[in-house]
Design a protein around this ligand. Structure first.
Ligand SMILES: Nc1nc2c(ncn2[C@@H]2O[C@H](COP(=O)(O)OP(=O)(O)OP(=O)(O)O)[C@@H](O)[C@H]2O)c(=O)[nH]1
Ligand SMILES: [Mg+2]
Ligand SMILES: [Zn+2]
Length: 292
């Protein structure tokens, strides 16, 4: 049997890549009921069924899966922002980070369009995240600055680019691998709003080895079904201190003898991050009230 990875699912065919070859595969009958649970990124065993088509015989265990877009077996997420247009800010980063942290995947912070940025202001912001432990990658897809290093980070991995619309995700990927020819700019945005966009993710192969997933930008407004505790765990530097609080149920808001609040006072936890956390905590509480 041959082993490959599903790079695309379309019209009840699965496109399975093995080495440099992509084979259109159907699913063995006994798997049919699992059809909708088979994802792009899944590793499968398949046989050739005559002609150039294949049949998927076995689905190998899945390491992880991202919900948006639904892709399996991802190595890392590049959370991508523009330094300018749309302007980056801490609250925006923090909101996207909450969603990204929920996936449990390794997260890198990419800031694109540094050709337009004020380096001093940008560094002040990115330093906050670097101190927490997020790798920060500065890029300009336009001038090519940082693209070579970025390419190195993608080598032999499956990487998802996610972030606000207009950040330059598709432009970055085109700079990394010109053959991808992804749609960028206003056109991309118009398609994104239309009905006929490919709603399903695709693994795009890199010549050097590895795959990337381009995703359409989305705006973050609400966090559905997120509990206070889940939120807290998405702020990794806050969650790390929580065990030192007096109350095990401490949400680091009004509670006394709170190690997190002490760390904010001492300047060990960034105040702006803490405020983002409180703001989101309040949103969750508010939403709960609405449902009652
Ligand atoms: N100045 C500058 N402009 C850039 C850079 N990278 C991308 N752009 C521009 O930013 C705009 C948006 O780029 P896209 O690559 O379409 O952004 P995206 O993140 O893929 O957006 P969505 O697909 O809507 O999520 C385009 O007009 C690009 O030309 C950069 O490094 N510097
Ligand atoms: Mg795009
Ligand atoms: Zn606390």
């Amino acid at each position: 049997m041959l082993k490959g990875v599903i790079v695309k699912a379309y019209n009840s065919y699965y496109y399975v890549q093995s080495e440099d070859k992509v084979t259109m595969c159907t699913l063995r009958g006994r798997f049919k009921k699992e059809r909708f649970s088979l994802l792009v990124g899944d590793l499968v065993l398949y046989t050739m069924s005559g002609g150039d088509k294949g049949v998927i015989e076995e689905i190998l265990p899945r390491r992880n899966r991202l919900l948006r877009p639904t892709v399996a077996n991802i190595d890392q997420v590049m959370l991508t922002f523009a330094a300018v247009n749309p302007d980056i800010n801490g609250v925006l980063i923090d909101r996207f980070l909450v969603l990204a942290e929920l996936s449990g995947l390794k997260i890198n912070l990419c800031v694109n369009k540094i050709d337009l940025a004020n380096p001093v202001e940008l560094t002040a912001l990115t330093d906050i995240y670097q101190r927490i432990g997020y790798p920060v990658i500065l890029l300009s897809a336009k001038t090519g600055m940082g693209i070579q290093d970025f390419r190195t980070l993608l080598y032999d991995k499956t990487t998802v680019l996610a972030g606000p619309s207009g950040a330059g995700k598709s432009t970055i990927l085109n700079a990394v691998e010109p053959g991808l020819k992804l749609v960028t700019g206003e056109v991309s945005r118009k398609i994104g709003r239309g009905k006929h966009t490919t709603r399903f993710a695709e693994l795009l192969p890199l010549a050097a080895g590895g795959f990337v997933v381009d995703t359409p930008g989305f705006s973050l407004t609400e966090f559905n079904n997120l509990s206070e505790l889940e939120l807290m765990h998405c702020f990794i530097e806050i969650a790390a201190l929580a065990p030192a609080c007096k109350f095990t149920s401490c949400l680091h808001d009004k509670e006394p003898q709170c190690a997190v609040k002490q760390a904010v006072q001492a300047g060990e936890i960034d105040r702006a991050r803490y405020h983002s956390y409180l703001e989101l905590l309040a949103e969750i509480k508010e939403k709960r009230k609405d449902y009652k």
